[in-house]
Design a protein around this ligand. Structure first.
Ligand code: UT7
Length: 319
């Protein structure tokens, strides 16, 4: 059977690190509050002029190198982002040109913090149906550009970064994307949104969130998505080697692990050092865990996320 095999991952973080103490000098917060309520200690912030595409290109180059593939091989690029360089063309078009990819399709996908899971599933469908052979799936964000830096309820949470994976259609029985589960419930649109956009206000808007309501939805729906992805693959949850969740809040990671009786040592957490990088957080965390030797070839990895929409989902992958 044809499977989308994950050949390599790469990631990129802007060099500037913003600490909790520095944030506490700007808004009424403290390092203690942020660490206790979120687990976040610092986040990376893109430099002036550093765009989402710049982050995406760096991550994609590394992923291609690790995968042993070149621009000539790639015939699909999906960039999950909420912070595109421009309203249009897609950031993916700029990424495609910069990488020297001269074939196939490239487009952006918008599912906010669930974007990478949605993009992985979309690329998987294209590969399995024979519409493409080698896909770059990228999550890239400059969320710092849409923060209200005076709103302590949101500005302490987010950071910038990018992560990418190379998927290749191969005749495979074992490795590759095994199952995905995607879900949106637009009735919860107003729990997490921007207060502007091209059609409504002719501006970008800033992030607004009813944090505690999103928190409750996150624990419930992320757990449900994980069970659903496993059920679709007829794989028990305890067969999973590594859980790579969206990095919104350490308390969400802990809450989900408790609810599903998962050993916390199997949960990859980068929330302390990256904060919430929206669509970039899952591939960034995956890349960290591959590089430090935790996630190895043959391991069963379950990725999951929840974000604005609300959207949520999970993807089960044999590495
Ligand atoms: O990536 C997409 C998905 N996003 C998420 O999953 C985020 C989900 N939400 C969360 O992670 C948490 O709800 C937050 C970290 C955003 C907030 O934590 P919380 O424990 O839910 O706090 P809360 O919103 O219920 O607020 C509790 C108190 C409030 O003060 P009062 O009304 O009790 O006096 C807030 O004003 O904490 C206050 N507060 C802060 N205090 C110091 C909110 N933000 C801050 C802050 N520093 N940065």
């Amino acid at each position: 059977m044809i499977r989308s095999v994950l050949l390599g991952a790469g990631s990129y973080l802007p060099s500037h690190v913003l600490s909790n103490d520095e944030l506490a000098r700007r808004v009424d917060t403290s390092n203690e509050w942020i660490v206790e309520r979120t687990g976040i200690r610092e986040r990376h912030i893109a430099a002036d002029g550093e765009k989402t595409s710049d982050l995406a290109i760096q991550a994609a180059r590394l992923a291609l190198e690790i995968a042993g593939r070149t621009a000539e091989d790639v015939d699909l690029i999906v960039v999950a982002t909420t912070t595109p360089d421009l309203t249009f063309p897609a950031t993916a078009a700029r990424v495609q040109a910069a990488l020297g990819v001269h074939q196939g399709a490239a487009f952006d996908l918008q599912a906010v913090c669930s974007g990478f899971i949605f993009a992985l599933s979309t690329a998987d469908n294209a590969l399995v149906r024979g519409q493409a052979k080698t896909a770059l799936v990228i999550g890239a964000e400059t969320f710092s550009r849409i923060m209200d830096w005076e709103d302590r309820g949101t500005c302490v949470l987010f950071g910038d970064g990018a992560g990418a994976v190379v998927l290749e259609a191969q005749q495979e029985a074992e490795r590759g994307v095994i199952s995905t589960f995607l879900r949106t419930d637009g009735r919860m649109h107003d729990l997490l949104f921007t207060d502007g956009g091209p059609s409504q206000t002719q501006s970008t808007g800033k992030v607004r969130m009813v944090g505690n309501a999103v928190f409750r939805q996150a624990v419930e729906h992320i757990s449900g998505a994980m069970l659903e992805a496993c059920a679709r693959a007829q794989v028990p949850l305890d067969a999973v080697d590594w859980f790579v969740p969206h990095q919104a809040n350490q308390r969400i990671l802990d809450g989900v692990a408790r609810k599903l009786a998962i050993d916390p040592a199997k949960v990859v957490s980068t929330v302390a050092l990256h904060g919430n990088t929206s669509a970039a957080s899952v591939p960034l965390a995956l890349d960290v865990a591959i590089r430090d030797g935790r996630v190895k070839k043959g391991d069963l990895v379950l990725m999951e996320a929840l974000g604005g929409g609300l959207t949520w989902g999970a993807a089960l992958v044999r590495m």
